[in-house]
Design a protein around this ligand. Structure first.
Ligand SMILES: Cc1cc2nc3c(=O)[nH]c(=O)nc-3n(C[C@H](O)[C@H](O)[C@H](O)COP(=O)(O)OP(=O)(O)OC[C@H]3O[C@@H](n4cnc5c(N)ncnc54)[C@H](O)[C@@H]3O)c2cc1C
Length: 383
C-alpha cells in the first residue's frame, strides 16, 4: 500500500482545506444554531469542483480519483459536517449513479448541472418501513403507456426539500422482492410531489432532511435509470462507494475534535500547570490520535481499492464502521478534555459530538456494516 499522495491529490486536498478554513469554518456554529441551509457555500463549492470530484471532466466534474475525494471531504467535514453531508450526497449518491448508468441525454440534463450544484439532486431510498431493510420498498411505480405513475412516501431524505430532482427507488414489480425495484430520475416539479418540513435534528443541523410524498406522479419512461428491476443493484452499488465518503466525514469530525482538544489542553491551567501536562489527559490525546490515524488509513485503503478497480465493498464497510465509532469516541473524549467548558456551546466540541452520531446511522448503520463485513468473511474460502 502506498499512501504517498500525488500532486493532484495534494492540490485537491489543499483547495478543500483552504476553502473550508476560510469560508466554511467561520460560519459553522451559526449554521448549526440557525439550521440555515448553506446554499451559497455549496454553490461556491460547485464552482471549485468540490461537488463532483470523481465525475469525468466530459460531464463537468474534475475527473479525480476517490482518494482525492476522501481527502477533500475530510477537510470540509473538519470545518462543518453538515456542509460535508451535502458534498457527500452530491458527489456520491447523486452523481455516481448517473455517471455509471445515465444515458447521454440523462447525463446532459441532470449530471452536468449537478456537478456545479446548479441543479440539486437527492437520493431517495429510505421509506418509513424500509430503513436497514432497504429492499422492503413500497413506493410503487405502475407503467401506463410512456409513463410510470408513482405513489408512495420516502423518509429522511437529505436535500429532499431543496432538490430539483431525485434518484428515486421504486417498486415496479410487487412479486419480485429486490429484483422488483427500479430507479427513476424524478423531477420534483412533477405535480403530485411534495416535501415535508425539514426534520429537526441532533446534529448536521444545516443539512436539509425531509419526508417526501408522491401522489399519482407521472414520470416519463425515458427517466428510468438503467433497466427495470436493476434498482436495488444500483442502490447498493452507490451506497458501497458512498460509505467511503461517510468514513472520510467521520475522520474529519474526529480530527477537528482532536485539534481542538490539543489546543485547549495546552491553554487550560489546573493545579498550576496546563492540563496537557497531566498524564491522564496525555493518554486521552494519544488514544484519539491513534484511532484517527487508523480510521484515515482504512478510509484511504478502501478509496485506493476502488480507484484500482478492485473489490472494495468490505473495505468500505470496515472503514465506515471503524471511522464512525472513532468519531463518537474521539468527540466524547474531546468533551472530557474540555471538562465543563466542552459541554457549553462556547466551544465547538459539543457540535462535533452531536454531528458525529449520524455517521453511525446513515448509509447503513454500524450493525448493517458488521453484517456486510461478516457476509464477506463467511463467503471466503477457508485458508
Ligand atoms: C440525517 C439523516 C439523513 C439521511 N439521509 C438519507 C438520504 O439522503 N437518503 C436515504 O435514502 N436515506 C437517508 N437517511 C436514512 C438512513 O439511511 C436510515 O435512517 C438508516 O439506513 C437506518 O434506517 P432506520 O432509521 O429505519 O433504522 P432501522 O433500520 O429501523 O434500525 C433501527 C436499529 O435496528 C438495527 N437493525 C435493523 N435491522 C437489523 C438487523 N437485521 N440486524 C441487526 N440490527 C438491525 C439498526 O442497526 C438500528 O440500530 C437519512 C437518515 C438520517 C437520520
Amino acid at each position: 500500500m502506498d499512501f504517498e499522495l500525488t500532486q493532484e491529490q495534494r492540490m485537491i486536498r489543499d483547495t478543500a482545506r483552504e476553502f473550508a478554513s476560510e469560508v466554511i469554518a467561520p460560519r459553522a456554529a451559526h449554521l448549526d444554531e440557525t439550521e440555515e441551509y448553506p446554499m451559497e457555500i455549496l454553490k461556491q463549492m460547485g464552482q471549485l469542483g468540490l461537488m463532483a470530484i470523481s465525475v469525468p471532466e466530459e460531464y463537468g466534474g474534475i475527473g479525480a480519483d476517490t482518494v482525492s475525494y476522501a481527502l477533500a471531504l475530510e477537510e470540509v467535514c473538519k470545518a462543518d459536517a453538515a456542509v460535508g453531508t451535502m458534498m457527500s450526497v452530491n458527489n456520491s449518491l447523486v452523481c455516481q449513479g448517473l455517471v455509471k448508468w445515465g444515458t447521454p441525454g440523462q447525463k446532459e440534463k441532470y449530471l452536468r448541472p449537478a456537478t456545479t450544484f446548479q441543479k440539486i439532486g437527492a437520493y431517495a431510498l429510505s421509506e418509513p418501513q424500509a430503513g436497514s431493510d432497504a429492499a422492503n420498498q413500497r413506493t410503487m411505480a405502475v407503467r401506463q403507456d410512456n409513463y410510470y405513475v408513482v405513489n408512495g412516501a420516502k423518509n429522511f431524505i437529505t436535500n429532499g426539500g431543496v432538490a430539483d430532482f431525485l434518484i428515486l427507488f421504486v417498486r415496479t414489480d410487487p412479486q419480485a422482492e429486490h429484483r422488483g425495484i427500479s430507479c427513476l430520475i424524478f423531477d420534483t416539479s412533477i405535480p403530485g410531489f411534495s416535501a415535508g418540513p425539514p426534520e429537526r435534528k441532533l446534529g448536521i443541523r444545516a443539512s436539509n432532511t425531509c419526508a417526501l410524498a408522491f401522489e399519482n406522479c407521472r414520470v416519463p419512461l425515458e427517466n428510468r435509470l438503467s433497466e427495470e428491476g436493476e434498482g436495488f443493484k444500483i442502490a447498493m452499488h452507490i451506497l458501497n462507494a458512498g460509505r467511503i465518503g461517510i468514513a472520510a466525514q467521520a475522520v474529519g469530525i474526529a480530527q477537528a475534535a482532536f485539534e481542538a482538544s490539543v489546543k485547549y489542553a495546552k491553554e487550560r491551567l489546573q493545579f498550576g500547570v496546563p492540563i496537557a501536562r497531566h498524564q491522564a489527559v496525555q493518554m486521552m490525546l494519544a488514544d484519539m490520535a491513534v484511532r484517527i490515524q487508523a480510521a484515515r488509513l482504512l478510509t484511504l485503503h478502501a478509496a485506493q481499492l476502488k480507484d484500482r478497480d478492485q473489490p472494495y465493498a468490505q473495505a468500505a464497510s470496515m472503514a465506515k464502521l471503524y471511522a464512525s465509532e472513532t468519531a463518537m469516541q474521539v468527540t466524547t473524549k474531546a468533551i472530557q478534555v474540555h471538562g465543563g467548558y466542552g459541554y457549553m456551546k462556547d466551544y465547538p466540541v459539543e457540535r462535533y459530538f452531536r454531528d458525529a452520531k449520524i455517521t453511525e446511522i446513515y448509509e447503513g448503520t454500524s450493525e448493517v456494516q458488521r453484517m456486510v463485513i461478516a457476509q464477506h468473511l463467511l463467503k471466503r474460502p477457508e485458508h
